[in-house]
Design a protein around this ligand. Structure first.
Ligand code: AMP
Length: 589
């Protein structure tokens, strides 16, 4: 049955079925993509005039992978550029492309556009419903309930050629599929469309919180795209709760909301509720004494879980999220990108640290480039991996790391996504992936190579020492300073609470000693990398960084604090906000 029209059990049955025969489903998926698009300019260039219909699906798969080269975004950019400029012929897809999405990352400093089609919204609906079906088996929710969703649309705009452009989530929230999802899953977002698309993230957050509290009894779960948004919203709540209580008591709306459309939409929903306001006030007074531990169950007593992307670069927010959630389970959400959805979490009860993603074999045609880590290659400084020939999904091996390659229904052919995953096991015949990192995000001075994950572990070790001072890490980033000699790593921390310099020194030393990468250890011993520097930045610095990104057109729902940066503007914000510097004494003798 078509997964878009079936019920919860049917969608799981459908997934079980397609994953049983994942290898042949992939072959057929590629065939469908090519049948839809074989006459387009890009494919013609590589495939010539092959009569696709005449070729058997397996042969087509091997012809395709041998004739069409692997491509990066930079290779496809000229084609996408022509589409953006209004050329309407079949360049990448036969069906005209009317919408472009902004993916995270850049291509040589330029924003990265990828085609967006109806298919993109349909697969979004499909994966959300599939994930919801798996979740409801473990954490059933009441039909007709509400969802407190910290979601944000950014601005849609027109390209030179008149195409609509914006983030994929923005397009999705504006699509019929977003409404269908609410009806099908019988759960409705607390906030109206005007709040989601206000364009002012602070005002949206205030309204999300207000409406979430107004409907608090009905809220079945709390969610956002990335866990970062939930944490940020509750940090804001710690400051805003008194004002929110006034609005709930009187049925009014704070002056900070000055967008007329948003004011009207919210005021049409709320009405004075003094009993609820007093209840929330009492809870907040208690919570303040507990440093907001257990905020979620206290204020949303019927919330069954918190649901968001918590893997990859979101892991550092887990600690704070766990404090807010207390006993409410954290459920890690799906894995995907603007280019294509990839995998679903079929084990929602697993803690986020152990979550894997079962690849949905109908969404795109997936290939995997085996990556082998180099231990002793002193020439490769940026990216430590040696690549093998790409393999189809049916040939991946457990324990092996790969870079994902996509062929999508939206005109990307053998497109390197740049994400590194590890095959952790299988769900029937489809691999379950463990997200490792983004490939290029590596902290390096010379022969040392540390991934985002390495840095996270190091920061986790170092920040544990803060608990002695009852302080806590709010956010962090890093930079490899190669301008001074010897080069060294700088880690920037924003912390809550007062910490003595001596403790900061210990944290710094601990972090320096926790980088286990062989190249780093060797270089530190020989002083070809200088002592790690810890810079403490003032409160609100990471908010400034977020605002800088948003001011440059990023969407709050997509924003991820860069864990390593060489961006001049970011570095100047960080350096201007630095209040203390300490250097590691590890490797001192
Ligand atoms: P964007 O194109 O801006 O939507 O970003 C997509 C990227 O976000 C992916 O390529 C991953 O690097 C990251 N990402 C998306 N989903 C997850 C997830 N569940 N876990 C970890 N990282 C993710």
């Amino acid at each position: 049955m078509e997964p878009s029209v079936c019920g919860e059990d049917d969608i799981v049955r459908w997934f079980e079925d397609v994953t049983e025969k994942a290898g042949s489903v992939q072959t057929q998926t590629l065939r469908r993509i090519l049948e839809l698009n074989f006459e387009v300019e890009y494919l013609k260039k590589w495939l010539g005039d092959i009569e696709i219909q005449e070729v058997d699906a397996c042969l087509l798969e091997s012809l395709y992978t041998s004739l069409v080269p692997l491509a990066s975004h930079a290779d496809l950019e000229p084609y996408i550029h022509r589409i953006a400029n209004g050329e309407s012929g079949p360049i990448l897809t036969k069906q005209p492309i009317t919408t472009l999405s902004l993916s995270s990352g850049t291509t040589e400093g330029r924003q990265k556009y990828v085609p967006f089609m109806r298919h993109s919204s349909q697969t979004t609906l499909q994966i959300f419903r599939l994930a919801a079906a798996y979740r409801s088996r473990v954490y059933p929710t009441r039909g007709g309930g509400r969802i407190l969703e910290f979601i944000y649309s950014s601005r849609q705009f027109k390209t030179k050629g008149g195409l609509t452009a914006g983030t994929a989530t923005t397009h999705y929230y504006a699509s019929p599929e977003f409404k269908i999802k609410q009806e099908k899953t019988k759960s409705f977002t607390c906030s109206p469309e005007e709040v989601i698309s206000s364009g002012d993230s602070k005002q949206s957050t205030y309204c999300h919180l207000l409406l979430g509290l107004f409907f608090s009894e009905q809220v079945e779960f709390i969610t956002s795209t990335f866990a970062y948004s939930i944490v940020q919203s509750f940090i804001a709540f710690e400051e805003l709760w008194k004002e929110l209580c006034i609005d709930i008591r009187d049925g009014t709306l704070s002056k900070r909301i000055n967008l007329p459309k948003v004011r009207k939409a919210v005021l049409d929903i709320i009405s004075p509720n003094p009993i609820l306001a007093s209840k929330i006030e009492a809870c907040c007074e208690e919570l303040e004494d507990l440093d907001w531990f257990g905020l979620i169950p206290k204020l949303w007593p019927n919330a069954k879980y918190v649901y968001s992307i918590m893997t990859g670069s979101m892991q550092p927010y887990l600690k704070k999220l766990r404090r807010y959630a207390a006993e409410v389970p954290l459920v890690s959400a799906e894995y995907g990108s603007t280019e294509s959805w990839i995998g679903v979490n079929v084990d929602p009860c697993l803690p986020p640290e152990e979550v894997t993603f079962a690849v949905v074999p109908t969404f795109s045609y997936f290939e995997f480039i085996p990556l082998h880590r180099q231990k002793q290659d002193y020439n490769l400084v940026i990216d430590d991996f040696i690549e093998d020939k790409p393999v189809p999904m049916s040939q991946v091996k457990v324990g092996q790391e790969y870079e994902i390659v996509l062929t999508t229904f939206t005109g990307l052919y053998r497109y390197r996504l740049g994400d590194v995953v590890e095959v952790a096991g299988f769900h029937n015949g489809t691999p379950k992936l463990n997200f490792i990192c983004r490939r290029k995000l590596i902290l390096t001075v010379n022969i040392d190579k540390n991934t985002e994950k390495d840095l996270q572990m190091v920061v986790e070790r170092g920040s544990q020492l803060l608990s002695k001072s009852k302080a806590e890490l709010i956010d962090f980033t890093s930079h490899a300073d190669v301008l001074t000699q010897p080069g060294h790593y700088i880690i920037y921390w924003e912390i809550k609470g007062e910490v003595e310099e001596r403790v900061l020194g210990e944290c710094c030393r601990e972090m320096d000693a926790s980088f286990v990468d062989h190249g780093y250890v060797v270089s530190r011993r020989s002083n070809s990398i200088g002592p790690l520097e810890l810079r403490i930045v003032e409160k609100g610095t990471f908010k400034k960084i977020l605002e800088y990104f948003i001011g440059n057109g990023s969407a709050l729902s997509q924003f991820k604090t860069p864990r390593c940066t060489s961006n001049k503007v970011l570095l100047s914000i960080l350096n201007l906000c630095t209040t203390k510097r300490v250097y590691s004494t590890a490797y001192a003798n």
